[in-house]
Design a protein around this ligand. Sequence first.
Ligand code: LLP
Length: 384
Amino acid sequence: MKTIFPINIFKHCATPFYYYDIDLLRATLQELKSCIKGVPYKVHYAVKANANPRILHEIKEAGLSIDCVSGGEIVAALAAGFKGDAIAFAGVGKTDHEIGLGVNHDIFCFNVESLPELEVINEIAATKGKVANIALRVNPNIDAHTHEYITTGLSENKFGINLEQLDKAVDKAMSMPDVNLIGLHFHIGSQLLDFKPYEMLCNRINELQDHFDARGISFKIINVGGGLGIDYDDPDGNPIPDFKGYFDTFKQHLKLRPGQELHFELGRSIVGQCGSLIARVLYVKNGTKRNFIIVDAGMTDLIRPALYQAHHVAENITSTSTETELYDIVGPICESSDKFASDEKLPSTHRGDLIALRSAGAYGEVMAMQYNCRNLPKSHFSHD
Ligand code: LLP
């Protein structure tokens, strides 16, 4: 399913902007749902990947639950129509105010990252006369072999409760009157295309469940987080991620107990391929060694290349030229890291052409900032 850009409409739109292919988003959600039919699996969409209200609306319509990491995300989810009982709330530094908000809305579950946090949730729930559902986030010490900024499941990372401290945390949670321990939560990293680390995670969870079975302790929910990657190199060739391979890995390797549910928190794999950042070419500058395309979008609109050395395929969507050249594509920000691509092969490009930076639906618009007093990018949709 190839994204078709409505260029005639784009010509009249102020750039830069995000364009979302709603048909592709719907097809992606459809495929995801068909892969979890008939198994006790539940997917929470990770709002952090994209909190655009229109995108949240589509995801709600598809019937997914939601995973939030801040009070702001909880507010965005509620505004999009998600009910409190569909919200999981994760995050290593939840404020008292954010915890209070979650308790007030009787959210489905708090994913708890430390013992001190557990105490605060118990206290806040008590003052409100409520019992908060919690899952303990376990740091499983598994290397996801992804970019160091987005790997989270190693014991040296700040996330979760280490395996050595888990028994103590479980005992403590079970002894507290105002929290209800319903599950264990894991997340090992993001943009994973190799399923081996997930297999290792399943094995680790099986060991832990055996351990807790022996202690007579059981959990209603196992939550394995998110992280399924997308094909940044070939967005049109692989517009929908390998949900089947991903879920099959868990079906094959994770031994769920009777009545137990398996939860996921997927972000990038749901929204990544449906979004592109559309920029206009301001200047083409021929340097001594390189040719630069200077566009009106910068790292402020899409920070992934500058922050993670990520590559987003760049397409000149208006050129009809049959000649190609190698270009560096850069933005207008006063930083050398404000570069989208080096040696990108594009048709001969001119001032006024439109460039699409593909696979930008996840961690694109939502990470935009106003450095250099720039405006935040707007968004347009295939079903406007
Ligand atoms: N659950 C937890 C606990 C997480 O920390 C994350 C992502 C997710 C779920 C969703 O992961 P996903 O399915 O989207 O991989 N800004 C970076 C990615 C940061 C991911 C942070 N945590 C990027 O642009 O690559």
